[in-house]
Design a protein around this ligand. Structure first.
Ligand code: ADP
Ligand code: MG
Length: 305
């Protein structure tokens, strides 16, 4: 695989703090990877290493074969920092022009990225009149200018409402469709639903999961929730038959292993007219995330990179 970024056995120590330990992770062109972890898990540290702002204590990072921070690497990578701040006196257009000049990008590019992030109308207004969502989109615009091969986005959607978030993910998906690689961090999984190709989870500086979401869901093997709605008169019988707990006086909820699901469903269908409805829910992404961020890092299985 011709990775754009490849981190091999990277460790980063800040005096007594092991911010990252033996992390190996790569992202290929056209791929969107979500880097997840609680606060302090090491996400921003990994970005700063990829950018060459700091040097790893151990291990190595290559950006399309170049050293992080070198001129060639810097032309390859764009970054949207966690705390994005622009000079308030500038307009959106001036901000993007400034970054275009820094990167040696064509100024024609400015209008097309402003258009892409839907800031054309507000482009000549000062940044201090922008909403949070608009500032984030401007942040994305400065990262997109010059068509980088790798986009690093540090918690880009935190604080955005669901609609702006959706728009943000659509823009990122476009970048990937055009062959760009995207590494994006977040401290929650639910907002990412089906938005990324691969999920990598950091826990206290160690990579405890790295794979497509469906694979992680499968691997976590969490119980499935089955909720059975009954008539008020049948609830006792249904409860006695299938176990679990009662919800709202008219439903019974049971959790069962994936392998037991069909057996449980056929038992429920055997209850006939006592059952009014059945709802089967796979583990939520938050449950999967909680599972991986809780398991002991040392016991975590090594996954293919
Ligand atoms: N420059 C630094 N000096 C000392 N400790 C740091 C420094 N940068 C990060 N850390 C520590 O490294 C750990 C990982 O931090 P960070 O990468 O910012 O996590 P995240 O972005 O996942 O919230 C934290 O314990 C943090 O306090
Ligand atoms: Mg951070």
């Amino acid at each position: 695989m011709s990775e754009i970024v490849k981190a091999s056995n990277v460790s980063m120590k800040f005096k007594a703090v092991d911010a990252l330990t033996d992390v190996s992770l790569s992202v290929a062109p056209g791929e969107q990877v979500a880097l997840l972890g609680h606060n302090g898990a090491g996400k921003t540290t990994l970005f700063r290493l990829i950018l060459g702002f700091i040097k790893p204590t151990a291990g190595s990072i290559s950006i399309a074969g170049f050293e992080p921070g070198s001129d060639s690497a810097r032309r390859t990578v764009s970054y949207l920092p966690e705390q994005v701040a622009f000079p308030k006196m500038l307009t959106g257009r001036e901000v993007v022009r400034f970054y275009a000049r820094l990167k040696g990008a064509a100024l024609d590019d400015v209008q097309s990225v402003l258009d892409k992030v839907e800031l054309v109308e507000a482009a000549d207004r000062r940044v201090d009149t922008y909403s949070k969502g608009m500032r984030q989109r401007l942040g994305l615009a400065q990262a997109l200018v010059g068509k980088p091969d790798l986009l690093l986005l540090d918690e880009p959607t935190s604080g955005l409402d669901p609609l702006s978030r959706q728009h943000f993910y659509d823009l990122i998906a476009d970048v990937a469709r055009q062959g760009g690689a995207v590494l994006l961090s977040s401290h929650g999984l639910s907002e990412l639903e089906a938005k990324t190709d691969r999920v990598a989870i950091l826990r206290q500086g160690r990579l405890v999961a790295n794979g497509p979401l469906a694979e992680l869901q499968h691997e976590a093997d969490l119980p499935i929730r089955i909720r059975v709605r009954t008539s008020a008169t049948a609830i006792d019988r249904v409860h006695a038959e299938i176990g679990g707990g009662r919800i709202n006086g008219a439903s019974v909820e049971v959790f069962c292993d994936r392998g037991d699901k069909m057996r449980m469903l056929s038992k429920i269908s055997g209850l006939g007219a006592q059952v009014e409805d059945v709802d089967v829910a796979a583990p939520t992404l938050d449950e999967v995330y909680r599972y991986f961020s809780k398991i002991g890092a040392d016991e975590a299985p090594q996954r293919g990179l």
